[in-house]
Design a protein around this ligand. Structure first.
Ligand SMILES: Cc1ncc(C[n+]2csc(CCOP(=O)(O)OP(=O)(O)O)c2C)c(N)n1
Length: 531
């Protein structure tokens, strides 16, 4: 009879999850005993980094990823990253060791006293198997649950003495199962939407992250062109992927992140069609009409929760891309006027001191056609989107929940999943701190991410928020003498500082050509860069 360890690793193998991200403790060592040669273990030095790497890997590989953490304190350290994986709809299977079963009731050291309760609100499913022999089944259920739409993190707590137990008869069949869940919309709902879209006088399309996840770029472009639709991306802070080419003439830009400004931006449209996004990831509370007077909204999402919580409009719960394709089949070529072509990136005059927008013009100049950006530079998010105009699927990863600590860690996971595509991780010097030891994993596993760190010596976006919230005199918004390059060098990253546009371009170009992780730090002017 197979042991729990053998059956579990067979399960991982069958489901293609042979990379395990982790930070081990005594309670996880039994899982890792005689670690099979066909598996890869990627060590993160802190659990937020472990889950962040797994999140990036899961998204960029298109499948589940395992993050193994050290009982309650390890899970505690990772909570922010688990929150982010949920917001990202990322299928991260979080496992954690637990005391031996005989010592849980007496609460011996490191007992996770309410293992499933701790993570419950942030995961789709949390479980500690009642019997050792059920561990492989629990892992199987967790992997399927994490992967089925809407994808998201799950948690399995595993007592450390379970791994050598024998699995029962009959477990084998369940461990070979697959599960698929991309559901097509009701054909009547698609027909009604097609008629509504074709009859609208000035409709607009909003294309969200799930279009990228589902491989729907071509369908989104075809629909926009056939129906002559201007296209927006959902508000940047809540949208972790890009689903439509930002250089396409129909692309208008990124919607602002607040109720009133979204309503104003959509002024003049009578139908707003949202595909693959929540409606909407708002943040600052700037009230106003949700939609222009008389406009209606239809959202297509695979997430019933997103559908239910939207403050306006009608929702169709189904796979965003399959529904988009069905809609495309059902609509004719429109005779509406073709939208005005997008003017392209704004001109940025070179400035002294350098600002982030200018840095992003230099990045755009050397950015490879197949490049991927992982972004966590709050004050320059919009500038990057404006200047770079990403136009290839799977090119952009961002923490869609609003929590920092994703970028640095996720870039390592993304690069591991996409070894043939150059990855550029753009970080604010403040954001880098939340997953700073991710630099070590990049070096230890030869992960050739190019890190671009914008050093503005402050929490620029929080100063902007202070203005929006009419807050004055808040402490803790300056970051003097925070030398990310020196810290990264301590972890073994090759680093350099670039001080003008040409230096930035040359340094990035050299870093992109290198096969090791390299960091370019750029001192930039304080404040927000919007263009
Ligand atoms: C886990 C977490 N802690 C705190 C914050 C609040 N926060 C949002 S942006 C920001 C500033 C980040 O610093 P930096 O990367 O230097 O940003 P920029 O100067 O571009 O605003 C902070 C602290 C957050 N979003 N997530």
């Amino acid at each position: 009879m197979a042991t729990v360890r053998e059956a579990s690793f067979d399960l991982f193998r069958n489901l293609g999850t042979t990379t395990i991200f982790g930070n081990p403790g005594s309670t996880e060592l039994p899982m890792l005993a005689d670690f099979p040669g066909d598996f890869r273990y990627v060590l993160g030095l802190q659990e937020a980094v472990v889950v962040g790497m797994a999140d990036g890997y899961a998204q960029a590989s298109g499948g589940p990823a395992i993050a193994n953490l050290h009982t309650a304190p390890g899970v505690g350290n990772a909570m922010g990253a688990i929150f982010t994986a949920r917001a990202n709809h990322s299928p991260v299977v979080v496992t954690a060791g637990q005391q031996v079963r005989a010592q849980i009731t007496m609460e011996a050291l490191l007992t996770n006293r309410d293992a499933t309760g701790v993570v419950q609100p942030l995961v789709k499913w949390a479980h500690e198997p009642a019997r050792a022999e059920e561990v492989p089944l629990a892992l199987a259920r967790g992997i399927h649950m994490a992967s089925l739409p809407p994808a998201g993190p799950v948690f399995v707590s595993i007592p450390m003495d379970d791994w050598d137990a024998e699995v029962g008869e009959g477990a084998g069949e369940a461990l070979k199962r697959g599960a698929e869940g991309r559901a097509v919309a009701d054909p009547d709902a698609v027909a009604r939407l097609a008629a509504q879209l074709d009859a609208a006088s000035n409709p607009v399309l909003v294309v969200g992250p799930d279009v990228d996840v589902g491989g729907g770029w071509d369908a989104a472009v075809a629909l926009a062109e056939r129906q002559r639709l201007p296209v927006w991306a959902p508000p940047a802070p809540g949208s972790g992927r890009i689903g439509f080419p930002e250089s396409h003439p129909n692309f208008r830009g990124v919607l602002p992140p607040a109720v009133g400004p979204v309503g104003q931006t959509l002024e003049g449209h009578d139908l707003v069609l949202v595909v693959g996004s929540s409606v909407f990831p708002y943040y600052p509370h700037i009230p106003g009409p949700l939609l222009p007077e008389g406009a209606s909204l239809v959202a297509i999402t695979s997430d019933p929760d997103e559908a239910a919580r939207a403050p306006m409009g009608h929702a169709i719960v189904a796979d965003a891309v399959l529904t988009l394709k069905a809609l495309l089949e059902a609509v004719p070529e429109s005779s509406r006027p073709v939208p005005e072509p997008n003017p392209g990136p704004s001109e940025i005059p070179p400035e002294d001191p350098l600002n982030s927008s200018t840095v992003h013009t230099a990045l755009a100049e050397v950015f490879p056609e197949d490049g991927i950006v992982v972004l966590e530079s709050p004050a320059s998010t919009l500038a990057l989107r404006n200047q770079l105009r990403l136009s290839r699927p799977g090119s952009y990863y961002f923490s869609s929940g609003g929590g920092l600590g994703f970028g640095l860690a996720a870039s390592v996971g993304v690069q591991l999943a996409q070894p043939d595509r150059p990855v550029v991780c753009v970080l604010g010097e403040g954001s880098a701190q939340y997953a700073i030891s991710g630099f070590w994993s990049a070096v230890a596993y030869d992960v050739p991410v190019t890190f671009l760190v914008l050093r503005n010596s402050e929490y620029a976006i929080l100063k902007w928020f202070a203005d929006v919230e009419s807050v004055s005199g808040a402490p803790g918004l300056d970051l003097p003498a925070l030398d990310v390059a020196a810290v990264a060098a301590g972890y073994g990253v090759s680093t350099g500082v670039a001080r003008d546009r040409d230096e930035v371009r040359d340094a990035l170009s050299a870093a992109l050509a290198s096969s090791k992780p390299e960091l370019v730090e750029v001192p930039v002017a304080p404040g927000m860069s919007l263009f």
